[in-house]
Design a protein around this ligand. Structure first.
Ligand SMILES: Cc1ncc(C[n+]2csc(CCOP(=O)(O)OP(=O)(O)O)c2C)c(N)n1
Ligand SMILES: [Mg+2]
Length: 789
């Protein structure tokens, strides 16, 4: 650096050389399959037959990569970068090849001509690497396909990493998405003492695929007001003259980092608690900068036309070939690479080394840093049980106690967070506040409760932001749980898709260390939306998740408190999964002791012998199967009615806690082999399955089983409203009386013999109907029912 703090002439030349090299490598990846250094005149056969990739964003990303390298080296920063416009895969791959981290990860892609040839050829090529920033990309924790999540990922990575800087490039198009817009508020949750820093870099290249970007077409003053309104201080870098932009970008980076350091110092050593105004860099440079200015008579550089491949007909159109040749040569190939194709001294001068490289920072391969979560003995939290089906507990409240302990035991290490959209207390997990508060940097009022600057519970009313924070936190190697209303978790359907794809891919990359699983606790579920009703009822998230890679998804429906504890222990210890746990917060019968619950979870599905009437001498007449807490209660109540009304009937009760067990063994790692399934459910007896969610899911999972023609599933069929708990199950034909009728209808010979019993069941439903309308509560025989046997 020169005495003024600004980069010297030599440094500017080095930065420019690195940027030009990266741009050359980006163009090379999009176009070339051989002749990587243009030693021969460019011919059509050197060019890929299918031209795929995104040039437009790449020069901007390269500029950021280059300038981050400069400051990382100059200040010995511990930094990673989230590339929001991750469709600019060629740029990030170029950066990683230049800093040597690509070769470190993939030793056959050497940093010379042979390696460059492979780097170019493999890009967007069959058997090669994806066009976007992807799990395969060293240094990335952000799949760059679906736009909107960069900033929440960046904040998630920075939480509890006080020594880390997370830079985050946000596309001006990406900035229009709902998730990105909400995530600006993350700065109200980031503690300058215990967390690291996020440096957002808003890339205003002016365009998306085919349209201008909103933020690039409002007056700068209005943009500044917007960013200031989000709590940021904008620093502008604008231009299309590389030299001037390098100078301004270097100055902007220095100013931003000096401000960040000052904020952290004030908070950490002077105890300043005022909410800081964090810097944001607004980088306004042309889309497709340094690419072809005009093609076929229309402007390309600086317009939306630069978004993907600016010259589309290189193999067939000699003019396009000529333009590509001069475009590639414009970077000064010989100045950038030596006779072996190795980057020259000047190109490498500003690059950081070792783990400081953006492509080699262990935080971007977070599993390397993961420590096992300390989970206390479940015995200390398990509920006592004399007899099944008599005592009641609120499962999530008991789980809250366990989570409080996990929070307390990680107080020093700070590697566990609970996120949720304003529902931690509503979901009855509030015991955690005994160990930590709710993160909050905005104004505090005397009436507030449990808010704390360094709290590790995070509540923002944006499911997208919750999910993004947690993903960023997990991918940098820490642990967490997302508690959410079951119906509204659908808001992140699309985000969970991307995360599952990430895990599916990283599982096959030996250099990626496993990361803690993404755990959902879906509570306040469909059957007990007592305060809300239809708008809050939708149990379909599991249907969505079970479509995804079987190797990465798990769904659990613990039927009681102890089973929830055993499930929680399992999911919090697991790695590389998306675990969906559906459990109620309302008082729920205790069915299993802790030991029984553990054994039941280990099996995933099993016979509750004490609940059935088998004596081991013959096959059951009917199987009552159930999954989920409310369906389990109805099934047990139905089993009780059958014992009393049809004592000769041999009934088996099966409970399923791990839903994927219903799948064939070939389709899911937890799937049951046919022999086991047939032994549990029989090959030819009626199975009345009371299921927590949409009935079709169970049919989908079991359609290949021998007994499928005899499988009859009851579940939620969109009969939602605000009513009594029992009325919800009656409306959806999942109630005990209906289950008994189903048995009578399906067990051969019962229809006539048990016609009177069936009639009593119908009468009970009628009685229920009038009773709740008169009294507003459920029938005493329902409300006061306990398992009597
Ligand atoms: C959520 C989402 N919607 C649509 C797309 C399709 N898409 C890919 S790139 C792009 C434009 C992105 O524009 P911008 O964020 O400005 O990036 P840049 O200009 O840097 O390429 C769109 C709409 C997407 N990837 N993700
Ligand atoms: Mg753009």
């Amino acid at each position: 650096m020169s005495p003024s703090g600004l980069p010297s002439e030599q440094e500017l030349a080095e930065v420019d050389a690195q940027w030009r090299a990266a741009n050359y490598l980006a163009v090379g990846q999009i176009y070339l399959m051989s002749n990587p250094l243009l030693r021969e005149p460019l011919r059509p056969e050197h060019v890929k037959p299918r031209l795929l990739g995104h040039w437009g964003t790449s020069p901007g990303l390269n500029l950021v990569y280059t300038h981050l390298n400069r400051v990382i080296k100059a200040r010995d920063l511990n930094a990673i970068c989230i590339w929001g416009p991750g469709h600019g895969g060629p740029a990030v791959l170029a950066g990683s090849w230049l800093d040597g981290s690509y070769t470190r990860t993939y030793p056959d892609i050497t940093r010379d001509e042979a390696g460059m040839a492979k780097l170019f050829r493999q890009f967007s090529f069959p058997g090669g690497v994806p066009s976007h920033v992807a799990p395969e990309t060293p240094g990335s924790i952000h799949e760059g396909g679906e736009l909107g999540y960069s900033l929440s990922h960046a904040y998630g990575a920075a939480l509890d990493n006080p020594g880390l800087l997370v830079a985050c490039v946000i596309g001006d198009g990406e900035a229009e998405t709902g998730p990105l817009a909400a995530s600006w508020h993350s700065n109200k949750f980031l503690d300058p003492v215990t967390d690291g820093a996020v440096l957002p870099i808003l890339q205003l290249n002016g365009y998306k695929i085919a349209n201008p970007a909103v933020l690039a077409r409002i007056p700068q003053a209005e943009l500044d007001e917007l960013l200031q309104g989000y709590g940021h201080e904008p620093i502008h870098v604008t231009g299309d003259d590389p030299r001037a932009v390098h100078q301004d970008m270097a100055a902007a980076m220095d100013r931003a980092l000096t401000t960040i350091a000052a904020i952290q110092r004030a908070a950490r050593t002077e105890g300043l608690t005022a909410r800081p105004r964090w810097p944001v860099i607004v980088l306004r440079t042309p889309k497709g900068w340094t690419g072809p200015h005009e093609v076929d008579g229309v402007p390309v550089e600086g317009t939306w036309r630069a978004h993907q491949v600016p010259l589309a007909e290189v193999r067939d159109n000699p003019e396009h070939l000529r333009l590509l040749d001069s475009w590639l040569r414009s970077y000064g190939i010989e100045e950038l690479f030596d006779e072996h194709g190795r980057p020259r001294e000047q190109v490498l001068a500003c690059l950081p080394r070792g783990e400081r490289r953006l492509g080699a920072n262990p935080h971007a391969n977070g599993g390397l840093l993961t420590r096992d979560l300390p989970i206390p003995p479940l015995e200390e939290y398990a509920v006592d049980l004399d007899k099944p089906g008599t005592g009641l507990h609120e499962p999530t409240r008991v789980l809250g106690g366990l989570l409080e302990r996990v929070m307390a035991d990680t107080a020093e290490r700070r590697d566990f967070r609970l996120v949720g959209p304003d529902e931690t207390a509503s979901n009855r997990l509030q015991a955690v506040y005994g160990a930590t508060g709710k993160a909050w940097q905005a104004e505090l009022l005397p009436t507030d409760e449990h808010l704390a600057r360094d709290g590790r519970v995070m509540e923002i009313l944006s499911e997208h932001t919750c999910q993004g924070w947690l993903e960023g936190y997990l991918l940098t190697g820490r642990h967490g749980l997302f508690s959410c209303y079951e119906a509204f978790v659908h808001i992140v359907d699309s985000m969970v898709n991307q995360h599952i794809k990430w895990l599916r891919t990283t599982r096959h990359l030996p250099w990626r260390a496993p990361v803690p699983s993404l755990n959902y606790l879906l509570t306040s579920h469909v059957w007990r939306q007592d305060h809300n009703g239809f708008s809050h009822q939708d149990p379909g998230f599991v249907d969505h998740v079970l479509n995804k890679s079987p190797e990465a998804v798990r769904v659990y429906m613990p039927p009681d408190t102890n089973t929830l504890l055993a499930t929680a222990e399992h999911v919090l210890r697991s790695r590389d999964y998306v675990n969906v746990v559906v459990a109620g917060k309302q008082p729920c019968f205790d069915w299993l002791t802790l030991d029984e619950a553990r054994a039941h979870c280990a099996r995933g599905a099993g016979i509750w012998e004490w609940a059935g009437t088998e004596d081991g001498t013959r096959e059951p007449d009917v199987v009552l199967a159930c999954a989920g807490d409310v369906p389990t209660q109805e099934t047990l109540a139905a089993a009780d009615l059958l014992r009393r009304h049809l004592p000769d009937l041999t009934v088996r009760v099966v409970n399923v806690v791990d839903i994927a067990r219903l799948l064939p063994a070939e389709e899911h790692p937890h799937g049951m082999p046919d022999r086991e399934y047939d032994a549990l459910f029989t090959r030819d007896k009626p199975v009345i399955f009371a299921y927590h969610g949409y009935p079709w899911l169970i049919h989908r999972l079991a359609y290949r089983r021998a007994d499928h023609p005899h499988l009859h599933v009851r579940g939620y069929k969109e009969e939602g409203t605000t009513t009594t708990p029992f009325d919800m199950v009656v409306r959806n034909d999942l109630d005990r009386y209906r289950l008994v009728m189903d048995v009578i209808d399906r067990v051969p010979g019962l229809a006539v013999r048990a016609a009177a019993v069936r009639q009593q069941m119908t009468d009970a439903r009628t009685r229920h109907h009038s009773w709740i309308r008169e009294h507003g509560v459920d029938l005493p025989e329902v409300a006061q029912w306990t398992w009597p046997h």
